[in-house]
Design a protein around this ligand. Sequence first.
Ligand code: FES
Ligand code: FES
Length: 156
Amino acid sequence: MSKIQITLNGVARSAEVEDRTLLVSFIRDTLQLTGTHVGCDTTQCGACTVHVDGRAIKSCTMLAVQADGATVTTIEGMATGETLHPVQQAFSECHGLQCGYCTPGMVMAVADLLRRHPHPTDAQIEHGLEGNICRCTGYVNIVRSVRRAAELMAAR
Ligand code: FES
Ligand code: FES
């Protein structure tokens, strides 16, 4: 067991974890934040994407102990009060989801994509989404959502 401390959605959290505990399990099971989903557990689907020190990572691919000292943001930390993050707003406006299972991971990945590329090209959007699998939407409305999110963020 190891004691770890992270700043999660702006709040300092600490806990004892087994060294083998995945970050996604720590977030969902220990900290009880279940907005971060598990779709595969094998680094393929992106449903578990969170931000660690500002970068999107698949939290099924990282051990909780590796996040010791880090700042972690999950989907629950994206909105400000009742105001959605622009990426969440864009997915809502553009119907960028159906069942919603992939959506938390998509939102986190897109937020990081737009941090790196505020005005992304089609190729940058395609590359930015390639680690996130959606079984429902066919991606057309997700790509629309990315473009809309870029507009909303530029207007802030
Ligand atoms: S659950 Fe992490 S990539 Fe699928
Ligand atoms: S909306 Fe269902 S998996 Fe993407």
